[in-house]
Design a binder for this molecule. Sequence first.
Ligand code: F0G
Length: 454
Amino acid sequence: MKTIIEPFRIKSVEPIRMTTRAERERLIREADFNLFSLASDDVLIDLLTDSGTGAMSSEQWAAIMRGDESYAGSPSFYRFEAAVKNLMPFKHIIPTHQGRAAESILFAMLGGAGQIIPNNTHFDTTRGNIEASGARADDLVIAEGTDPTSLHPFKGNMDLERLTAHLEEHGDAVPCVMLTITNNAGGGQPVSLENIRATAEIAHKFGKLFIIDGCRFAENAFFIKTREPGQGNREIVDIVRDCFAVADAMTMSAKKDGFGNIGGWLAINDDDLAVEARTHLIRTEGFPTYGGMSGRDLDALAQGLTEIVDEDYLRYRLRTNAYIVEKLVKLGIPVVQPAGGHAVFIDARAWLSHVDPLAYPGQAVAVALYEIGGIRSCEIGTAMFGRQPDGSEKPAAMDLVRLAFPRRTYTQSHADYIVEAFEELQGIISTLKGYKIVEEPALMRHFTCKFEKM
Ligand code: F0G
């Protein structure tokens, strides 16, 4: 059969409140054209993020009833720890309430003034935690990784030559080398097993810790299986184990490939670092056998981690994005190719060539998609990154719009509806106008700023 079906049946549903276009035009105006300010009940298809928004399985809901809320030594923790170690054989598993809490603990230990931390591309919160410690965050992804049209199969790969030069230049200032799989900030693009191993080898040659941000490890493993020579006949779990076998530590947001609504962890091999991390954990998150989670969260993740490596699920998961990307390409809409693991990225700067980057073409696309179809996406461009520390304004590297797909939540008819909304938008694209920001905070303005249509 050619059709890749959703490999699940639906047992419990959440109704979508239908809205009219006139209603949505009013609602987005009242929200000052900022999609973060909308009530989610006013959204038909919510693609703001894939983080914590997925559907849990019946087995996960059953596991929640098993959750044990003991402060210390809960069996839920041991089930969670075993599930993590089954995939990622690190010595110490330290539970946190989400990914950024693991990052905060890690960089409280490894960061600090004068330190420099390279990555393929740091996610915002990783960068934020590094910079808050006084350290610097450098992005060293391969050149193809920032070219929306390049069809390279592993656009998330670390640029190994630049990494070597970086380590030769900065030597003692670098405490660790990071690698984000998949590379979210670069379009959800995967990193090959070969590149993971080579990055680890270079880090170790220079005596540095090698740390993986593993948020979307299962999607990355499926890309390895389907795209990397020699990997096609291997089990996903074996590929996952190989990815982490060469790492000294990892950070994780279990809200992504943990099938959790909340949760995360920091995993470390070094005993001394683990003692230090647990001390931070007790001060900021909780006792080491629950960290920032309840016992029921830990059990939901223990079960989720067995489901996320299911090949039928992953085939369907990655097909959803590829299906939409193929149709958008046919419509002549510029998109980041090949399709990423968790999201579809629209190249708004190319699509709205008549709108200046400083008039936020990505915001114009995101607002129009909401007005036309009630679809909530997210601008990742000049509105998000354009404000400089001195308050001036500069175009971001790219003006993208991200449609991130919650796991197991929407169906193929939702995908067809999204494509239909794009088709309608394509018909009026030359009439779209830019935006200006009329009110903004000094930092992370995109969450709360107010826009006005030009
Ligand atoms: N690392 C990556 C690669 C991420 O994508 C995220 C979150 C984090 C770390 C932080 O994890 O949210 O649990 O604290 N990304 C979400 C997103 C928010 O929408 O892309 P967290």
